[in-house]
Write a protein that binds this ligand. Sequence first.
Ligand code: SF4
Ligand code: SF4
Length: 477
Amino acid sequence: MTRLDVLRVPLLGGFLRWRYSRFVLQVPLLAIALLAIYDGFSGRQLAPTNTATVAVWVHYRGLVALAIAVFGNLFCAACPLMLTRGATKLAKRFLPEFSFPRALKNKYLVLAATLVFLFSYEHFDLWASPWLTAWLIVGYFVAAFFVDALFPVGTFCKYVCPLGNFNFALSTVSPTQITAKDHNVCSSCEGKYCLNGRLETASTRAPMLGNRAEHVLLQLEPMNAKPLGAFSGCETNLFVPSISSNEDCTLCLNCVRACPYDNVALEVRNPLREALHSKPKTDWTWFVLLLTWAGLLNAFAMIPPYYNLANWLSGLLGTRDEALLLALIFVVALGLGVGLTVLAARASGHLRDWVGVLYPILLSIWGGHYLFHFVTGANTLYPNIITAFMRLGLPLEPAPLAVTPRLDAIFPFQVVVTYLAFFAGLYITYQKASSQAKDTRGVVLRMLPQVLLLLLLNILTILIFSQPMQARGSLLQ
Ligand code: SF4
Ligand code: SF4
C-alpha cells in the first residue's frame, strides 16, 4: 500500500493534480529560454555576462541536480520543450507519422548523443560561448518538435533526449516515485487509462464521483456524449502498476489525471529503493556506467592536471590536434572506468544486478560538480536578465553583480555529499551481497570488488573536488 503520497499534501498536492500545473511551471522556463536565445545571439559574448551561458551552464544544471536530490525529476515536469506539443499536434495533421525504428527503441542512441554532447562541450567550450549555447537551445526545440511530429509523441523524451535521460539517471535516487495505490484496482481496470489516456464525456463524468462499479457500467455505454475533456496517457509508455523505477518518468502526472479511480500516487520512497531492488535493462545499465565515469571526466576537465595531461600527451604524440587529444582522453578515461566497473560487477555476479551500487555516486559526482558552479555563480543570473531586458528597451536600472562566495567554501559540502554516496554504495553492496550469497564467505567475496570500486570512485572524486576548479582556456597552453 502507498505510504506518504505527495499528491495528498495540502496545497502542493492540489497544485500538482491541477490540469494546468505543468503549464504554469513551463511558462517561466520558456521565458528564460527565449531570453537566453535572444541574449546569446545578440548580447555580449562573454560567458559570465550573458543570460544564455549563465542560465544554462550555471543555474539550470545546479537546480536540476538539487531538485532531483530533494524531490524528483522536476525539470522534466517543467520542460519548456513540451510546449511545442501544440505545434506538433498541428504538424501531425499534415505530416505522415512513422513508427520509431525498432533498433533504436533503447538507450543506445541517447548514449551516443550524450557522448557527442560531452565531447562537443569540451571541444567547442560550449560553457564559454553564449552564441553556441543559444544555438544549442534552438537545436533542442527544433529536434523535440520534429522527432515528436514524425514519430509517436514521447519518442523524443524516451529515446532521443540526452538531458531528459540524464535526469532519469540521476532520479534513480530521488525520494519520490509514481506508484499504484491499490494493485487490485488496476488488475480489474478495464481501460488502463494511465497508459492509454481517457476521454471524459457527460456520461462518464458523474460516475467518477460515485463508486467504481457504477463507473465501469457506464463506461460500456456508447461514447456518443459530448466530450468534456481528453486526458492523455503516459507518453513514455509507462503502465503505472508496473512501474518500479523512475526511468522514463518525466513527472508529467498525465497518469494521475487519466486514472478515473484516483489510484495513482507520487509516493515518498526510500531513495535507495531503486538501487536495491530494480534490475535495469542492459541498455540502461551501459548508460548509467557511461554517465558515472563521464561525470568524473567532466569535473576532471576543470582542474589543472587535465591540462598537464593534455600537454604531456601532445608532446608524447607530437601533435597539437586538440580534437584528437580530447578523443584519446575520452576513449582511455571512459574505457578504463567502464572497463573496471564491468570487471568489478562480473567478479561480484551479473552486471545488471550490481549497477545500482553506482546510483548514489552518479548523483554525488554530477551534483557535487554542479553545486560548485551553482553556488559560485548563483548571483549572476538576475543582473544578466536585467541587462537583457534593458537591451530590449525596458526602463530598468542595471543590477550590480553581487560578491561571489569563496570557492573553497564549497569543498566541505562536496566532501559530505561524496561520503554520503560512498556509504550509501557500501550499504547497497552489503544488501545485494547478503541477498545473493549463502554464507559469510560468499558475502565478502561478492562485496570485495564493489568496495574496491567504491573506494576508487570516492578517492578520485575527492581528489578532483579538492583541486581549484577554474574557468578554462584552450586544451593546450
Ligand atoms: S493506475 Fe488507474 S488507470 Fe492505471 S491501471 Fe490502475 S486503475 Fe487503471
Ligand atoms: S504519465 Fe508516465 S511519465 Fe507522466 S508521471 Fe505518469 S508515469 Fe511518469
